[in-house]
Structure formats: C-alpha cells, structure tokens
Design a protein around this ligand. Structure first.
Ligand SMILES: *[C@@H]1O[C@H](CO)[C@@H](O)[C@H](O)[C@H]1NC(C)=O
Ligand SMILES: *[C@@H]1O[C@H](CO)[C@@H](O)[C@H](O)[C@H]1NC(C)=O
Ligand SMILES: *[C@@H]1O[C@H](CO)[C@@H](O)[C@H](O)[C@H]1NC(C)=O
Ligand SMILES: [Cu+2]
Length: 350
C-alpha cells in the first residue's frame, strides 16, 4: 500500500533519508531513568476542562508565529512548524510537539493524548459519535459528502489517498465543525509546498468500514502476538491500525489520508500517539528483548530493500526544527519511553 513516511515508526526510519544533513548539536546523552514521566491519556479519560485546555493549546499554537517560516514561507504558525517538519520528512514530531503544547498552556504532567481506536469500532454510530469528533470537546466531525472515486474528474487534485479506492467513504468536504471549522493550510496536496493564491482546506472523508476492518480489538491483539519487530512494523504500519486511523478519517479526499500533509488535521497527533502506544504495548510484553529489536526498511515502505537496507539500533535520528534546534540521537536512545530523553508513560496499554 502506498503509505509513506507519516508513520511514527517508519518516520523514525525515514529520518535516515536526511542523514546527509549537518549535525548541529552534540549527541544527547541518555540516562537510564527519568524521574517524573508525563502521562499520555485516552482523550475520553481527560476531564472536560483538560479537553478544553488541550484544544485551547492547539488553537494557541495556530496563533503563534512559526519558527520554520524563515525556511519555508508557506508556514503560517507554530502548529504548521510540525506539518512542515513532517512534509520535509524530518519528523519524530511527537515529543517536540508536546513541548510546544506545554508552551501553550497544556498541563505539564500530561503528554499528547491518544485515540484508542478500538473503543470506536463497535458500530458506525459509535464511530460517528466518538468523543474524538465532538464539536465542543473534540475535533469536529465529517466533511460534507462529495461524490466520486479515485478517477473523479473534478477532484483529481484532491486524490491524496491510497492507490486503492475507498468505497465506504462518506464525506470529502472541508472541516465544518467547531472547534476547528474552516481550518486551512497552504500545504499539500502531498509534498507540494509551493506558495498558492488561496488556502486549501483540511478535509474529512469518514470511512467507517475501512477503519473497523483494520483497527478492531482483534486486529490489535493479532499485532500484539507478532514475534519480532520486523513483522510487527510491516503489519501495523502498512496493513492494520496505522492505515485505519488515516483512512478512517481521511477516506479518499481527506487530509488524514495525505501521505505528507496529514498533520494539518489535529486528529493526526492523537492517532499517532496511539500508534506509539501500541508499539510500546508490544515492547512491554517482552521488554528485555524488544527494547533492542529494531528492523524495517530505511526508505519508507521499501520492504524488499530495493532502495536501502534496514534500520538498526545505530541508525541516526535527527529531532527538531531548523538548524539551531536540531539534536541527534541513535535509534537505540529512543527505544524505551521511560528513559531519557523520552520520559513518558501511557495510562494503560494493550
Ligand atoms: C469510479 O466511478 C465510476 C462511475 O461509477 C466507475 O465507472 C469507475 O470504474 C470508478 N473508478 C474507480 C477507480 O473505482
Ligand atoms: C515530491 O515527491 C516526489 C516523489 O513522490 C518527488 O519526485 C518530488 O521531488 C518531491 N517534491 C518536493 C518538492 O520535494
Ligand atoms: C530487513 O528486515 C526484514 C524484516 O525483519 C528482513 O526480513 C530482511 O531480511 C531484512 N533485510 C536486510 C537487508 O537485512
Ligand atoms: Cu501515520
């Protein structure tokens, strides 16, 4: 499937593509423990006040100047710094993103909330009524229905989706609900970062069947039973729950399905927090071995290793935006979420 470097784990690997970049900060040392890990919680386990605070922090980021604007003129604000980073494939956005949320008022004892998809795979109604898509204490719902498929003549410019059709798609229009109604961006489609006359909009194209088939409790449990990281990365990043979150929200024309520009939709960060959580859940079931189990293609979705080899624990990873902020790690430094430099935990695991 034609997913690409948006995946957290694969993003980590895709970073290697940027290894020609100069190192501008000394490698950061890794301590064995962290004193006070911050907690990533499921969205619906936050209090109403915390949900308001998180949404307010994201809105605050959208109103702050971006640091990446100097290098990429279409960056409009701090929120889009992370979109720019993702589009330029130097991501590993999550724990840097958390720092930006804290700077905008998010509770410092809390990390990036996650979306446990399995809670919303019971029925289409459950999905549509998920607290994730609430119009007050969530991220709003579907876009208006736009008929069409991959070959839609007028919307070909928006065919940001996978190579396959998504026949269960039900939206496709711009995000119309609060609290992010009318959210726009100059980014996309895909890796197009050219200046444009008008803002594009963040689109939603809910596709419940595509979501449920890939993110059901049975799918997640099947992933947890995989024996090694090579198998786990392939199945989860390219087949099961990772595409589920993107295609379930993004369908064919929605931003979440856009390989590059998906972080323009704030839901991206809750989805990827749960992708991380599933990886840690898998590691925690056999931590001694799995803290050191790394594999997967260096070039995203290059599972035949036609374009490069596999990642190893020594593969370098750059984190951060802009020349002055970049720090270097090795993959080995980032394998345990409760050791520095990461230092976070999940309220519950699979
Ligand atoms: C798109 O829809 C048209 C009209 O229903 C159909 O003829 C065509 O085969 C469809 N294309 C794809 C790629 O599904
Ligand atoms: C966008 O990606 C395509 C490959 O999918 C590549 O050929 C092109 O150079 C990229 N454009 C930019 C601006 O990075
Ligand atoms: C890359 O990893 C996969 C999955 O672990 C493995 O099957 C394959 O042999 C590896 N390729 C190389 C070149 O090491
Ligand atoms: Cu992704």
């Amino acid at each position: 499937m034609g997913l690409s470097s948006w995946t957290w784990t694969t993003a980590l690997l895709a970073l290697v593509a940027t290894s020609a970049l100069p190192i501008t900060a000394a490698p950061t040392s890794v301590r064995e423990t962290c004193a006070r890990p911050y907690v990533r919680k499921e969205w619906r386990h936050l209090t109403d006040g915390q949900r308001q605070q998180y949404i307010g922090a994201v809105q605050c980021m959208m109103n702050q100047p971006g640091t990446a604007t100097a290098t990429l003129s279409i960056v409009r604000n701090r929120f889009e710094d992370f979109l720019a980073t993702h589009v330029k494939q130097t991501d590993f956005v999550h724990f840097v993103y958390e720092k930006a949320l804290w700077a905008c008022g998010w509770d410092r004892t809390l990390g990036q909330p996650f979306w446990d998809w399995t809670l919303d795979t019971g029925s289409k109604e459950a999905f549509l009524n998920s607290p994730i898509f609430d119009t007050v204490l969530g991220f709003g719902g579907n876009g208006a229905y736009i008929p069409g498929n991959l070959s839609h003549p007028e919307l070909s410019g928006f065919t940001v989706g996978p190579p396959n059709d998504i026949p269960d798609r039900s939206g496709g229009g711009c995000l119309i609900d609060n609290p992010f109604a009318g959210l726009g961006t100059y980014f996309g489609p895909q890796n197009d970062t050219s200046p444009k006359d008008a803002l594009g909009c963040v689109r939603r194209d809910f596709s419940y069947d595509s979501f449920r088939e890939r993110a059901s409790p049975a799918q997640v449990e099947a992933a947890m039973a995989l024996a090694n990281y090579g198998a786990f990365e392939f199945v989860t990043d390219s087949q099961s729950y990772h595409p589920a979150g993107h295609w379930g929200v993004g369908g064919l024309y929605g931003t979440m399905t856009d390989t590059y520009a998906s972080p323009a939709d704030p839901v991206f960060y809750l989805h990827h927090s749960n992708v991380d959580r599933a990886w840690w859940s898998w590691q925690a079931r056999d931590l001694v071995g799995r803290e050191r189990d790394m594999s997967g293609p260096l070039v995203s979705f290059d599972y035949t290793n036609a374009r490069g080899g596999n990642a190893t624990l020594d593969t370098p990873v750059w984190v951060g935006l802009g020349e002055g902020n970049r720090v270097e790690f090795r993959v080995a430094d980032l394998m345990h979420i409760q050791k520095e430099p990461l230092c976070y935990e999940y309220e519950s695991l699979y």
